[in-house]
Design a protein around this ligand. Sequence first.
Ligand SMILES: NC(=O)C1=CN([C@@H]2O[C@H](COP(=O)(O)OP(=O)(O)OC[C@H]3O[C@@H](n4cnc5c(N)ncnc54)[C@H](O)[C@@H]3O)[C@@H](O)[C@H]2O)C=CC1
Ligand SMILES: O=C(O)CCC(=O)N[C@@H](CCC(=O)O)C(=O)O
Length: 490
Amino acid sequence: MTTHPAQLINGEWAAGLGSEFKSVNPANNEVIWSANSATAEQVDAAVKAARQAFYAWGDLDLAERLTIVQRFAQELKENSEELAVAIAKETGKPLWETRTEVGAMVGKIAISEKAYHERTGTVENPMPVGRAVIRHKAHGVVAVFGPYNFPGHLPNGHIVPALLAGNTVIFKPSELTPYVAELTLKLWQKAGLPAGVINLVQGEVETGKALASHKGIDGLFFTGSSRTGHLLHEQYAGQPGKILALEMGGNNPLIVKDASDTKAVVHDIIQSAFISSGQRCTCARKLFLPVGAQGDEILEHLIRATKAIKVGNFDDSEQPFMGSMISERAAAGMVAAQQQLQELGGESLLELTHTANTGFVTPGIIECTNVTNFPDEEHFGPLLKVFRYSDFDAAIEKANDTSFGLSAGLLGDNEADYEHFLRRIRAGIVNWNRPITGASSAAPFGGIGASGNHRASAYYAADYCAYPVASVELEKVTLPGTLSPGLNID
Ligand SMILES: NC(=O)C1=CN([C@@H]2O[C@H](COP(=O)(O)OP(=O)(O)OC[C@H]3O[C@@H](n4cnc5c(N)ncnc54)[C@H](O)[C@@H]3O)[C@@H](O)[C@H]2O)C=CC1
Ligand SMILES: O=C(O)CCC(=O)N[C@@H](CCC(=O)O)C(=O)O
């Protein structure tokens, strides 16, 4: 058992009392962090601490809560390089990218403040008698579950608006990125967040289950896989009064039609499919190219440019486009996915290859036009499936043939095509002539179908962090000038 104090409960760091788990750098298998997971009793203590801290935190003026949240932004800025290196070491992502992740965490503060006012602020209107007021109140104690692919930015996208609204939080990060979570929570402490307002419970699935099933939480904000999101939804059944926000995966299509600039098309495909080694929920998984010379030219150029993608260590002086995947296991999973598609009739145009005992893979492209029984699964890595089409509507129909609905895009010069695409395609993020990754924090972010439950995050996260209270108010109890018929109260 390690003595590493990895759990933050009521402002105190404590060692977990559950089983040991480790975090490794997936590029070289170096162990960078190890500790014991939180037991159900420790999760219970964290929930109780959050409950105890709730009234005092919620009673603060927004300005007072904001001061602390802004100090956290300052801490992020001052410690940005340390955090960017930690994210890179733990996830394998290159430094150029993890620096932008820390930048997005800082940017989240001002955006969340704006969203708080615009989505959930207070509105007062005069009435013939008195006034009508709409206010928003925090739910209470909320659990935040984070994924590994953006271990700083995505949990932060739930935590900041939750705290601004006046909730207290129990954060359960991915077991693959505990080091980033620990560093981030230390910055919250340095920013002066009172004890118990945010608590950290680290551990594997058992810790997650203990938190998700705890009856003391008032809400659960989850970003992660569709499989886990569905399990949580089942577990949550029978509690209609509790808020559940699910941000899950995608099986995202990108269609190319009549785009004249081949280089730009290839750039936007690569940026959509292979950024973060394909480990973004918004990544393009299915590429639809027209049958004929234009589609052939794009495909040939795409294969050439994808072959030339530099894959390397997070700190290489000449920065790679793609780093290691999150784990050796995830990398092996991509090889297995490719093999499954090949067995179903897919033809590899560029084979995804795996460097044994590491998380490194090269990007792959596989033609799947003739695959029957195409699996509707999110393969969370750099493997792009190509479909050739002759009819635009048929391509859109095939693009929609998925239980997911997160992001989708059209690359093409004709605005009427885009308008048609926008009307027909089913997704929460629909782009035109831009990559389908890199969604803005200043817009709502979420998907339909198996991708989410209509609780969009990013700019709309404010919505699920508070509930509206409608009031009609008058300073003094006053008898109306005219009474309802049939009333005599003399
Ligand atoms: N829509 C969105 O905003 C985003 C979605 N994702 C999705 O996240 C996935 C990658 O992240 P992962 O970390 O693999 O997700 P995951 O679903 O494996 O884990 C997410 C969190 O849930 C916890 N967990 C896992 N099983 C649990 C259970 N049975 N009960 C309670 N907690 C449990 C994990 O410990 C972790 O903290 C991809 O599918 C990706 O598409 C990632 C980023 C953004
Ligand atoms: O949550 C936000 O503030 C905006 C959404 C966002 O950052 N999306 C990113 C990453 C999400 C992912 O795929 O894991 C993106 O669209 O690239």
